[in-house]
Design a protein around this ligand. Structure first.
Ligand code: 13P
Ligand code: 13P
Ligand code: MG
Ligand code: MG
Length: 380
């Protein structure tokens, strides 16, 4: 029998702007799940990262199970009412459709799922990020699954030396899912060529070539593409199985000490460094910086251990200090250049209207002067 881990997260309202959910909201959704989970799910955990609430469910019903997704959807719907009753900011923000249609994918919430026959020991990691988008995982996943500078297991462990299969999605293609599958190490430069553009190409999953087993699942939601307008950034989650034929936990965590600049931050329209934080951390400076949390678990027969907070360790304190400095540095240039996202990624209608208006005031020097001369000639 296969165990399925379903992680689903959404922003359904938060205190004091886009900061973090209220205690009452968290307790209410937990009570709702306890009451309605019945025989559907085996175990669950609830956490938050910034203003996003994440559910981690285990069950034996496979990926994309309608009832499991409906449990998450109904809980978020119920939670949105609680958020509204407390006057929370952005109550129901990520629930973009009115009624449930069988799968929460494409309805606003972010989803990552893994289904597998449990190994004799089954460790995995659950990542949740806020104030950024799914491409934020491109660089860490690339480094921990394909670069011996971060993953010494690629040299030291023979199953891993066979490489990994990356499934990459073109998230700008909105009509349907457009995907490409490439293998390490042979397609490394092609993979890098795609992943360098995280607003367009996003790692969706990674499989072990040796075992054929799936190691990684990343949510690839683009809220703006669903809603047709800005509704918040896509604040992505990811599940990663570790050890054995997969990277060791520490090899998956290692690249997060870079604090790479990612899209998001204030109003989902800026560039900021991705800071690894403890679970249940709020955001602050300039509605950020972009944050990522990681909980480590083991699972047996669908029963989860308690989470171990992977970034709650003294090592990460100095990383956070350095990344805070990176955030301060880029904020010094305000709206200018790379500090703000390019026009195509800007999430706000106001600037688009402003630029449309200015567009009409532009003129072409040579052509317009020439036509003025022609007009004068014709009059005389
Ligand atoms: P295993 O060889 O037990 O998988 O452990 C290796 C390891 O995790 C080193 O960090
Ligand atoms: P969220 O996408 O986390 O709701 O943040 C939106 C925002 O505008 C932050 O400034
Ligand atoms: Mg929000
Ligand atoms: Mg958020």
């Amino acid at each position: 029998m296969k165990t399925t881990i379903t992680a689903i997260k959404a922003d359904i309202g938060s205190i004091g702007g886009h900061i973090c959910p209220s205690k009452k909201l968290l307790t209410s959704v937990e009570n709702y799940i306890k009451e309605y989970k019945k025989d559907l799910i085996v175990d669950y955990r609830i956490s938050y990262t910034g203003d996003d609430i994440a559910f981690l469910f285990t069950h034996f019903l496979g990926k994309d199970n309608k009832d499991v997704h409906k449990l998450a959807w109904d809980t978020f719907k119920y939670g949105s009412e609680v958020a509204e009753s407390q006057g929370l900011y952005g109550a129901g923000q990520d629930l973009l459709k009115d009624s449930f249609s069988g799968n929460v994918k494409g309805m606003g919430p972010a989803v990552a799922e893994l289904s597998f026959k449990e190994r004799p020991n089954e460790p995995f990691l659950f990542f949740a990020a806020d104030k950024t988008d799914p491409g934020a995982y491109n660089l860490p996943m690339y480094l921990s699954f394909s670069d011996p500078m971060y993953n010494s297991g690629l040299i030291l462990s023979s199953p891993m030396s066979k490489g990994f299969r990356f499934k990459i999605m073109d998230v700008s293609h909105t009509e349907n899912d457009r995907l490409i599958e490439l293998n390490t190490p042979e397609d490394l430069y092609d993979i890098a060529s795609l992943l360098r553009d995280p607003e367009r190409f996003v790692v969706e999953s990674i499989d072990s070539v040796d075992s054929g087993e799936q190691a990684v699942s990343v949510s690839t939601t683009r809220l703006r593409n669903i809603a047709g307008k800005y509704t918040g950034k896509d604040d992505p989650i990811a599940l990663v199985r570790v050890q054995g034929s997969f990277p060791a936990t520490g090899e998956v965590l290692a690249p997060y000490n870079i604090g790479p600049y990612v899209a998001g931050f204030m109003r989902g329209s800026h560039t900021g460094p991705l800071m690894p934080v403890k679970q249940n951390t709020s955001v602050s400076f300039f509605d950020g910086p972009p944050v990522v949390s990681c909980a480590a678990y083991c699972v047996r027969d669908g029963i989860l251990t308690e989470p171990v907070d992977a970034f709650d360790h003294p090592y990460w304190d100095q990383v956070r200090t350095r990344i805070s400095e990176k955030a301060t540095e880029i904020r010094k240039q305000g709206f200018f250049g790379n500090a703000m996202l390019p026009y195509s990624e800007l999430e706000y209608g106001g600037i688009v209207e402003k630029l449309d208006k200015l567009e009409q005031q532009f003129y072409n020097r040579d052509k317009d002067v020439l036509s003025e001369v022609e007009e004068t000639d014709m009059v005389s």
